[in-house]
Design a protein around this ligand. Structure first.
Ligand SMILES: *Cc1c(COP(=O)(O)O)cnc(C)c1O
Length: 446
């Protein structure tokens, strides 16, 4: 593991001179369509710190978008992946298989909700997992329609662009999109017209009405939802919404798919966020936090559904790469040993406490319209004072001030007005509080 000191340190402007130089090379060589939140070039990272090429140490409230939950150089991940790297890098599981792949699938069967027989298939990215969940659901049901939700995010490939709600930047100019994808309302409590307390019942009734009247339940292969919506703004569907949708899927022979790519693997203080409402999905897609930073994703679910696709119908050259599988086994080992579910719950307690205090104490605290999220997946939604009008400029300005002080934070949300916090679950509580101090000071300077 990287022995990087767990201390914030700002010794140059952010970005510093070496990063600026690298950024010039990057602009010349890297396609403009690939953006970066903060053009600070990384030298090493671990625990709650990212150290840049200028020697600055940033507090990490991003985890590379909810990936490095165990840290970016976790001991067990580095040890297992290094050993695997020395043994062999690749054979292609579809040519000659290896144990690590099977072991990851066994772990997934054990960790995902439900005690039914389960199977998994491994891929490289989240989008690829979602695409394969759709393939499997269509093969199983022999139906074609796929239902997704307002504010949902499922990836950037052609099918997953169609499944994703937000146009800019994900879809603009990249169509036409895949057919047979239908979007219905989600219970966004903070913005539900009749109030959060009614959102669960009303939104699920509306969604079900649209599915039955506009699509026909018999035509629907899969309903795909993030149990906590990520890119859309860390929206927790209001209580009762997910169970109602899951029950509707069950009653109508529709495959219920939980996209836990961002919310899974201890991020919300449970192995999977859907456990909080006792939901047992037919299929679960995972990626991001699964492998300590190595590229790996999975579809896990009911054996009879997973087995519906014919041999050779699923796969890919690199899917379930042996080094990535070793990384996943190291990440899962770390999550169990350090009780990272417990850590995530503690992070929620600290963050929500401090953020609520800021809202009531700061002179401009009323621009914090909503504080929400679970575990180490926490966000604040910023609005114009006294209204619910989204204030993306405030979110951008706060993020920029934090970056200058050596705290990496990310924004998200359909309206771009959500500041989201995704610290590594192994972050020290001192760093966590120091990061929150910086956010508080950023409000004072807004
Ligand atoms: C990030 C994400 C994806 C896409 O994953 P990639 O690895 O970027 O393809 C899909 N679904 C959710 C919920 C995500 O957060």
């Amino acid at each position: 593991m990287s022995d990087i000191p767990q201390e914030r340190r700002v010794v140059t402007a952010i970005p510093g001179p070496k990063s600026v130089e690298l950024q010039a090379r990057r602009v010349a060589a890297v396609a403009a369509g690939v953006g970066s939140t903060l053009p600070v070039f990384t030298a090493r990272a671990g625990g709650g710190i990212i150290e840049d090429v200028d020697g600055n140490r940033l507090i990490d409230f991003g985890s590379g978008i909810a990936v490095t939950s165990v840290g970016a150089s976790a001991e067990a991940v580095v040890r297992r992946a290094s050993a695997q790297l020395a043994d062999f890098t690749h054979t292609c599981f579809m040519v000659t298989p290896y144990e690590g792949y099977v072991e990851v699938c066994e772990q997934l069967a054990e960790l995902t909700p439900g005690d039914h027989a389960k199977k998994s298939a491994l891929f490289n990215s989240g989008a690829e997992a979602v695409e394969n969940a759709v393939k499997i659901a269509r093969a199983y049901t022999k139906r074609t329609a796929v239902v997704v939700f307002d504010h949902g995010y499922h990836g950037r490939t052609n099918l997953t662009m169609a499944l994703t709600a937000k146009n800019m930047p994900y879809k603009q100019g990249f169509g036409p999109f895949a057919p047979e994808v239908y979007r219905v309302p989600v219970a966004y409590g903070y913005r539900w017209p009749t109030g959060a307390e009614n959102a669960g019942a009303e939104a699920s009734a509306q969604a079900i009405d649209e599915i039955t009247k506009q699509i026909g339940a018999d035509n629907v292969a899969a309903i795909i939802i993030e149990p906590v919506l990520g890119e859309g703004g860390f929206i927790e569907p209001a209580k009762g919404f997910l169970p109602a949708i899951a029950q509707f899927a069950k009653d109508n022979g529709i495959v219920f798919v939980a996209d836990e790519i961002q919310s899974g693997f201890c991020r919300t203080g449970q192995w999977f966020a859907c456990e909080d409402e006792g939901i047992v999905p037919d299929l679960i897609t995972t990626a991001k936090g699964i492998a300590g930073g190595l590229p790996l994703s999975a579809v896990t679910g009911r054996a009879e559904i997973m087995d519906a696709a014919h041999a050779g119908g699923l796969g890919g050259t690199y899917g379930g790469n042996p080094v990535a599988c070793a990384g996943a086994l190291g990440a899962i080992e770390t999550m169990r040993e350090l009780d990272l579910n417990g850590r995530a719950k503690r992070i929620e307690e600290v963050m929500k406490g401090r953020l609520a205090e800021m809202r009531s104490k700061l002179p401009n605290g009323d621009i914090i319209g909503d504080i929400r999220g679970r575990g180490a997946m926490i966000a604040i939604e910023l609005v114009k004072a006294g209204t619910k009008e989204p204030d993306a400029a405030a979110a951008g300005a706060l993020a920029k001030t934090c970056h200058g002080e050596g705290l990496l934070v990310l924004t998200c949300g359909t309206y771009g007005n959500v500041l989201r916090f995704l610290p590594p679950l192994v972050i020290g509580e001192d760093l966590l509080n120091e990061g929150l101090d910086i956010i508080e000071q950023a409000f004072a300077r807004l």
